[in-house]
Ligand binder design. Structure first.
Ligand code: CDT
Length: 310
């Protein structure tokens, strides 16, 4: 059996005024708890180091650079890397990345048990809008502050298995999981920050949003016979509430662990990566069953084009 004990480290809210040091102290407390529970890998949320800043409009785009890291590890995060290496625990977390040539991405890294970054992913499906939108109850300015990721959906052979990453809105798109599924992924790590209410449809509240979260993650896991670990930043950030509901889902699509709170909370599960083999060799044996001659439209066309009216 190839066992990988994973800890989903849900984080409660981070206020605008909270320092990086205060947030990283919370991440280290979760890491210490994970060590005590025998975890091999700790997965933190999207943009784990800061509040979900894309809800705040900066007319001058450059002002938003305060939320970005230009080195990883950097001065604030080095202690987190040091503690993870001392514990011999791998980790994955999201942060806002500013590159040396001035590009901005919503990024996550995968760090092995020796503290080496073995994988980097840059969010591809950026939701929201680029300009201030007075029609919305709250802003979601990811398209203002980030460029779409330029690294594709890679996977890495590490920790005894094949691991991949995605970030928040990516989990709603079947293409995300399938591209990794086609590379044999056995565990997908996903962080998210999901507002509890749809800014353009107030009736869509937390129950519906939690339902869509489970639906997307469970479907992705089942249809690609992979473990999925989906980890929230939750609760009330400066008056803006986000869902919790962090999940660990098995390759059959079933939930094996789910968060009960909206605060810092650790879910630990011993995952047998060999459990991915049955689905991958039967109903989702891609090589035997996929009919790519009928899938061309998926990569040649972006928007839906219904047939003309009669
Ligand atoms: N962070 C993130 O991607 N959140 C989105 C909100 C969608 S509404 C603009 C999500 O898919 O959860």
């Amino acid at each position: 059996m190839r066992m990988l004990t994973v800890a989903a480290a849900q984080m409660g809210p981070i206020q605008k005024a909270d320092s990086r040091a205060a947030v990283i102290a919370r991440m280290i407390a979760l890491l210490d708890e994970a060590k005590g529970k025998g975890a091999d890998l700790v997965v933190y949320p999207e943009l784990a180091l800061t509040t979900f800043f894309p809800r705040w409009y900066h007319e001058d785009r450059g002002e938003a650079d305060i939320w970005f890291e230009d080195a990883m590890p950097g001065p604030a995060t080095q202690v987190l890397f040091d503690r993870a290496r001392e514990h011999g625990i791998a980790m994955s977390f999201g942060y806002a990345e500013k590159t040396s040539d001035g590009h901005h991405f919503n990024t996550s890294v995968l760090v092995d048990k020796t503290g080496v970054i073995v994988g980097k992913y840059r969010k591809i499906h950026l939701p929201g809008h680029a300009e201030y939108d007075p029609e919305r109850t709250h802003q979601h300015l990811e398209k203002r502050y980030f460029e779409p990721g330029d690294l594709g959906f890679p996977v890495w052979r590490t920790l005894g298995g094949v691991l991949g990453m995605a970030i928040c809105n990516d989990r709603r798109w079947p293409e995300t999981y399938r591209v990794m599924g086609l590379q044999g992924v056995e565990m997908v790590l996903i962080g998210y920050n999901t507002p509890s209410v749809n800014s353009q449809r107030g009736a869509e509240g937390p129950e519906k949003r939690l339902f869509h979260n489970r639906l997307s993650v469970q479907a992705g896991a089942y249809q690609n016979a992979t473990w999925v670990v989906a980890v929230a930043k939750a609760g009330d950030e400066d008056g803006h509430h986000m869902i919790g509901g962090s999940l660990i889902v098995d390759p059959n699509g079933e939930i094996v662990a789910e968060a009960k709170t909206e605060g810092d909370e650790l879910l630990v599960h011993a995952c047998n990566l060999d459990e991915t083999a049955f689905g991958k060799s039967t109903i989702f044996d891609f090589a035997r069953h996929r009919r790519i001659e009928h899938y061309g439209i998926i990569t040649s066309q972006t928007g839906a084009v219904p047939p003309p009216e009669a």
